[in-house]
Design a binder for this molecule. Structure first.
Ligand SMILES: Cc1ncc(COP(=O)(O)O)c(C=O)c1O
Length: 424
């Protein structure tokens, strides 16, 4: 098991990666050792939220036990320690996504919060006005649909949707056709939480930029599975959540290019985001503080920073290769079962498998398979338009992280066959 100080050492030296050994990795995640319904837990709901390693949990209890204080405000010892830790987390995020500057990293409540911040402030900055068009795709999470609809109601903007093919891939030619002089924004998911599709986001961004359109990338499902480099992508904004990255809930990241963040007005008003306040006029802090009103989720920020430290111990390509093996193996095993229909068969996929079983409602499947300790997600996965596209009310979804194993997939397949037998 890795301690916080060891993790620090590895991060600081940044010289060698940890050997990828799934049995050792599992020891870092205490919850994986527990039983559910008298069976060893098989946690395949990582797209909903990931489990937390000991060093993240320990860093958070350590902060509350020994370092709790508000940040940015006090000159006393504890406040300085807390501020340094929180700001160090921002630096880690900056390095993690390779932003140009630490001031381009806004700490939010999560992906949803980041998108709502952008919808609200872009509208108030007059970057989006009546008749302007916003392009999203058919596979967006509700978090990248509803904020734009709220805006459409208020500002009479128009939402355009990139269609997808039967494998669950966006159709680039159709995307190109949607672009018009009225298009003012493209906001697209990097990796679909329901289909697992990894979108050609670089191509999407390049096409938008040829037309001077800024692009938001929803990287909620991407950052735990592959390196995401904002400079390489050249995205204008990128959002993700800490809890899908082995960090805590209630903390997330909005990356934005300085030129855009400077153009946007504050999202919320209050403490920490102001420079001077009089009853007549208020002046605001520079980015990122301008967007961070009030006491933030300090312990969440610290936990997120440590989660990134933890991930930095590994070579990302080891994680990717391993998860690809899990995906391939599980897909093959599932295709052996006649009644299973896979929803989402894109060529470029992350370790997410959505499926239906003929004659069994996903809710029944999810409930019964849970009795064998297997945690799947069932439902619409906050992608109702996608359910409609594939003509299903809901799916069951198995989503893997780098601590899952081939043995767990065997347990899952056995439990799935058992459920099918019960219904036949
Ligand atoms: C692709 C995608 N976008 C956005 C979200 C919303 O994330 P959060 O609920 O952490 O704000 C999720 C969560 O499942 C997601 O998978």
């Amino acid at each position: 098991m890795i301690s916080v100080s060891e993790a620090n050492d590895v991060f600081v030296k940044d010289s060698k990666f940890r050997k990828f050994d799934v049995n050792e990795i599992r020891k870092d995640f205490p919850i994986l050792a527990r039983e559910v319904n008298g069976k060893p837990l098989v946690y395949f709901d990582n797209a909903a939220t990931t489990q937390k390693p000991n060093i993240v949990i320990d860093s958070m209890t350590h902060y509350y036990r020994y370092e709790n204080a508000n940040i940015h405000r006090g000159l006393h010892f504890l406040s300085e320690v807390a501020t340094e830790q929180y700001e160090n987390a921002r630096i880690k995020v900056k390095e993690f996504v390779n932003a140009m500057s630490v001031s381009e990293i806004i700490l939010t409540k999560g992906t949803t919060d980041g998108i709502n911040l952008l919808a609200n402030t872009m509208c108030r900055a007059d970057m989006l006005n009546e008749g302007d068009e916003i392009i999203i795709s058919h596979m967006e999470h509700h978090a990248n649909i509803v904020p734009w609809q709220l805006l459409c109601d208020r500002k009479k903007t128009v939402l355009k949707v990139i269609p997808i093919n039967d494998d669950g891939e966006i159709i680039i030619e159709e995307y190109k056709k949607l672009i018009s002089p009225k298009t003012k924004l493209v906001s697209i998911v990097h990796t679909s939480n329901t289909l697992g599709t990894i979108n050609p986001v670089k191509e999407v961004i390049d096409i938008a930029h040829e037309n001077n359109i800024p692009v938001i990338i929803d990287a909620a499902q991407a950052v735990a599975h592959q390196r995401v480099d904002v400079q390489e992508l050249d995205c204008d904004f990128l959002v993700f959540s800490g809890h899908k990255l082995f960090g805590p809930t209630g903390i997330g990241v909005l990356y934005g290019k300085t030129e855009f963040l400077n153009k946007l007005p504050p999202y919320q008003g209050g403490g920490d985001m102001i420079r001077t306040v009089t009853f007549e006029e208020t002046t605001y802090e520079d980015i990122p503080n301008k967007f961070e009103a009030g006491t933030p989720n300090i312990v969440g920020g610290i936990g997120l920073g440590v989660a990134i430290k933890y991930l930095n111990m590994f070579n990302f390509s080891d994680i990717q290769n391993y998860e690809n093996k899990l995906l391939e193996y599980a897909t093959e095993r599932m295709l052996e079962i006649n009644l299973v229909r896979l929803i989402g068969t894109a060529r470029n996929k992350a370790s997410v498998i959505s499926f239906t079983v003929d004659g069994i409602h996903p809710y029944d499947l999810g409930t019964i398979i849970d009795t064998d300790g297997v945690a799947l997600r069932t439902g619409h996965h906050c992608t109702q338009p996608l359910m409609k596209r594939f003509n299903v009310p809901a799916t069951a979804r198995a989503s893997f992280a780098f601590y899952n194993t081939i043995d767990e997939i065997d347990v899952f397949i056995k439990a799935l066959n058992k459920v099918i037998k019960m219904f036949s």
